[in-house]
Design a protein around this ligand. Structure first.
Ligand code: NAD
Ligand code: UGA
Length: 465
């Protein structure tokens, strides 16, 4: 079969996999190949047990797989035959050397660029899909266009805005797709070519074009603004708890102002996920290297507020359970960083679990999808702080809560909203505490059942204080 274009994506993770599967599904005229150095991951993408959990994704993959969507570990051969290469490798926070703890670790990006250089024998468009510091394209151009074989690479920035758990919906119907390039003739031509892929199913006016630095910076900015809203409402949740105001009412009351808007105003135990923290830290680092100390401090506060919220949640549990959690059974409802994903990267549940284990609590974790990752994440914590028997995992929330002193809700899974809390209450030790770190339950009903209820950002419902 002759395809109109040969599209390659390097990196088969949370972004590369879903994004390219959607392109393949919507554009049968293109051949789409996704490669990765991780053989296990590539194998999993070829089965019905995909390496990531994302509602609706398997159907998308199945429609295109084997038709015009292919998964492979043949990276160099795939590069050679590609016209357009999306780079979707990970860009974690640097853990060593200059900028450790803040700057983006660009080693995977650079390795990818060098592989592209090694394997290419024709001109190509290279698309930055990973989230990158502003002006990364300049460095990529320097590596790629340093070749003496006359091969020309045009760098285009096309950051991804999907959220986990809603990736399929976000990719099918995005608010916008952003494509940045150099404002040169060849830059604009490449930008149009990448835009044309998306225009196969996305209305023209939602495909935004800009200069390449604006595009790179807009991705960091979008994540910083979203995270800042959460930190802002979380900061208010502390004031609400101290004053009798209710953060859900405050959020509604301000969110109806169309200038503010009602999204991302759910107070919580804190934001998690692989990107908010890393991208803000990256913004902080960029500001610092530009000598913009006040700007750096402004954004750093968003992270500090998030850390504070996690600590505050555990301190609140401690304070209300007679200042000791030692030996008490705590059922942690949720470990994923948000509902509808098994991803636990930077999940507040990790930090909360660590603090509870440090208090010698007997922790039982239940989560519909994230138990395998939770086990991996907490292994070092268990060996460092506490005996194995103080931490266990339980798929069934009823069993997790059995004989427990407290339930702490840290992920907003729908599964937790529909449980029989009377049955749970009856099986728990008394007084039975419930700390709703996501405000997903009906607190009055829980109180009437007999729970001591501690919502987030409003007054507790309790018989004893
Ligand atoms: P991920 O870790 O899930 O996937 C990255 C993949 O790249 C891994 O499978 C890894 O094996 C592969 N890889 C690394 N080096 C490679 C190489 N040299 N050759 C081939 N494969 C290589 O990461 P992710 O969550 O998909 O994120 C990728 C990028 O997208 C990051 O920059 C992230 O900030 C950004 N992003 C992520 C999300 C999200 O929801 N996770 C959303 C928007 C943007
Ligand atoms: C986020 C952005 O929403 C995406 O646009 C972006 O592409 C992505 O980061 C990225 O660059 O990786 P994601 O982290 O998958 O997506 O999920 P979100 O829905 O943004 O949630 C992030 C965290 O904030 C979660 O822990 C969530 O529970 C929390 N949150 C969200 C709140 O605490 N309150 C809210 O009102 C909304």
């Amino acid at each position: 079969m002759n395809f109109e274009k040969n599209i390659l994506c390097i990196g088969a993770g949370y972004v590369g996999g879903p994004t390219m599967s959607m392109i393949a599904d919507k554009c049968p005229q293109y051949k789409v190949t996704i490669v990765d150095i991780n053989e296990e991951k590539i194998k999993a993408w070829q089965t019905d047990d995909l390496p990531i959990y994302e509602p609706g994704l398997l159907e998308v993959v199945k429609r295109a797989r084997g038709r015009n969507l292919f998964f492979s570990t043949e990276i160099l051969a795939s590069i050679k035959e590609a016209d357009i290469i999306f780079v979707s490798v990970n860009t974690p926070t640097k853990t060593f050397g200059e900028g450790a703890g803040k700057a983006s670790d660009l080693q995977y990006i650079e390795k990818t660029a060098r592989m592209i250089l090694e394997a290419s024998d024709s001109d190509k468009i290279i698309v930055e899909k990973s989230t990158l510091p502003v002006r990364t394209a300049e460095a990529l151009e320097r590596v790629l266009n340093s070749n003496d074989r006359g091969i020309r690479f045009e760098i285009v920035s096309n950051p991804e805005f999907l959220a986990e758990g809603t990736a399929v919906r976000d990719l099918e119907n995005p608010d916008r797709v952003l494509i940045g390039s150099r404002e040169t003739k060849s830059g604009r031509k490449a930008r149009k070519e990448v835009g044309d892929i998306y225009r196969n199913w996305i209305p023209k006016k939602r495909v935004l074009e800009s200069n390449i630095w604006s595009s790179e910076l807009s991705k960091l900015t979008a994540n910083a603004f979203l995270a800042q809203r959460i930190s802002s409402i979380n900061s208010l949740s502390a004031i609400c708890e101290a004053t009798g105001a209710d953060v859900r009412e405050v959020a509604r009351n301000i969110g109806t102002d169309t200038r503010i808007g009602d999204k991302f105003l759910n107070a919580s135990v804190g934001f998690g996920g692989s990107c908010f923290k890393k991208d803000i830290l990256n913004l902080v680092y960029i500001s610092e290297t530009l000598g913009l100390k006040e700007v750096a401090e402004y954004w750093e506060q968003v992270i500090k507020m998030n850390d504070y919220q996690e600590v505050r949640f555990v301190k609140n549990m401690l304070k209300n359970m007679f200042n000791t959690l030692a030996g008490k059974k705590i059922a942690l409802f949720g470990f994923a960083f948000k509902a509808d994903t098994g991803d636990t990267r930077e999940t507040p549940a990790y930090y909360i679990s660590k603090m509870l284990l440090e208090e010698n609590a007997n922790l039982v974790i239940t989560d519909p999808k994230a138990i395998p990752n939770a086990k991996i994440d907490l292994e070092p914590v268990v060996s460092a702080y506490t005996a194995d028997k103080m931490l266990s995992f339980e798929e069934d929330p009823y069993k997790a809560a059995y004989d427990a002193d407290a339930i702490a809700i840290v992920t907003e899974w729908n599964d937790f909203k529909v449980l029989d809390y009377k049955k749970i209450f009856d099986s728990m030790r008394k007084p039975a505490y419930l700390f709703d770190g996501r405000n997903i339950l009906n607190h009055k009903e829980l109180f009437d059942i007999g729970f001591e209820v501690y919502p987030l950002g409003s007054s507790p419902l309790t018989k004893y204080s």
